[in-house]
Design a protein around this ligand. Structure first.
Ligand code: PEP
Ligand code: MN
Length: 340
């Protein structure tokens, strides 16, 4: 059920509807928009009789939602969501660049990369503190020792810190030291982790699972939003196919497909999407051309020595060149057109 308020509805009329929704045992999700507020309702097992809401002051209509999603949809919020992190945005007219090494390895490594990221004009620094690795015998991340380095980078460069929560307890630490909670491909359907992130005040960057359909991915976002966290950023990072020329097959068609269904911002990760440095820049260009709100790029001061994802890391100069090129493409394709 979705309750659409009249454009003239007052804040107290909206509050009154929320009170009734809660009084009958459901959860209300008010979404203010440019012309009207809509209130999504979750927590109901079956259909709700919308007539009880239609006579309330300020209500335009109560609409039954037949799709599996209730909160990610353009029906609830026709305008794009712009995620704001202290003046840095994802989903607005500016291209959002999240760049950094796969993992934080040392202070020297992280600082060298962060300096280049800052110089490029990017606002977000990525780097795993904890690494979900395929093999238990490979580098698992520095763990909590990395937070000291991350904190120094945040203070010195003013970059926003994006890192992956591999388990629920990690969310507590990201809330303490970081700015954006990343949920990785391997955890896209870790529902208790999604719910924990949904109870956080920090934005959540939700990567697509390596075998997830668009619907499964969007329903994972729905898990986060159903807990009350509406700041979700989707990240296309490729899916497993029969192709052997890339690590994953980057599904760029997911960007316009999401635009048609959802108000959430979507970014593209050509690093994990290809797994090979020479393909990262061409696919980054394509990601922006296809309308993504930003990119996640892995970059390393010495890619050949990287402790994880070495083959896909760009050098500092390759990264600088990529940024220049994608900004040129973004200007051509225009975010203004995309937002209308
Ligand atoms: C990462 O961003 O370093 C990562 C592990 O990505 P993914 O979850 O997409 O594999
Ligand atoms: Mn990586």
């Amino acid at each position: 059920m979705l309750i659409v308020m009249k454009p003239s509805a007052t804040a107290s009329e909206i509050d009154a509807v929320v009170t009734v929704v809660e009084a009958v045992g459901f959860r209300a999700h008010p979404m203010p928009g440019a012309t009207r507020t809509a209130i999504g309702i979750t927590g109901n097992a079956g259909p709700i009789d919308g007539r009880r809401f239609e006579n309330l002051a300020g209500v335009a209509e109560a609409i039954r939602v037949t799709k599996p999603y209730k909160l990610i949809t353009l029906d609830l919020r026709p305008e794009k969501t712009i995620v704001q992190i202290d003046g840095a945005t994802i989903g607005g007219s500016q291209l959002a660049i999240i760049a950094g090494p796969c993992a934080i390895e040392s202070r020297e490594q992280a600082f060298a990369v962060a300096e280049a990221v800052k110089l490029s004009g990017a606002r977000f620094f990525r780097g795993c503190v904890w690494k979900p690795r395929t093999s238990p015998y490979t580098f698992q991340g520095l763990g909590e020792k990395a937070w000291e380095i991350m904190t120094a980078i945040r203070n010195e460069f003013g970059l926003k810190i994006v890192t992956e929560a591999v388990e629920e307890s990690h969310v507590d630490l990201i809330e303490k030291y970081g700015d954006v909670i990343q949920i990785g491909a391997r955890n896209m359907q870790n529902f208790s982790l999604l719910k924990r992130a949904g109870r956080s005040k920090l934005p959540v960057l939700l990567k697509r699972g390596m075998a997830a359909t668009l619907e499964e991915w969007l329903l994972a976002a729905e898990y986060i939003m159903a807990e009350g966290n509406y700041n979700v950023i989707l990240c296309e990072r490729g899916v497993r196919t029969f192709a052997q020329h890339t690590r994953n097959t980057l599904d760029l068609a997911s960007v316009p497909a999401i635009r048609r269904i959802s108000h959430l911002p979507v970014i593209v990760d050509p690093s994990h999407g290809t797994g090979t440095a020479y393909m990262v820049t061409p696919l980054a260009r394509a990601g922006i051309a296809v309308g993504a709100d930003g990119l996640m790029i892995e970059v390393h001061n010495q890619p050949e020595l990287a402790l994880s994802d070495s083959a896909q890391a760009l050098t500092l100069s390759q990264y600088a060149q990529l940024i220049e090129e994608v900004h040129a493409i973004h200007q051509l394709t225009g975010s203004e057109k995309k937002n209308t």
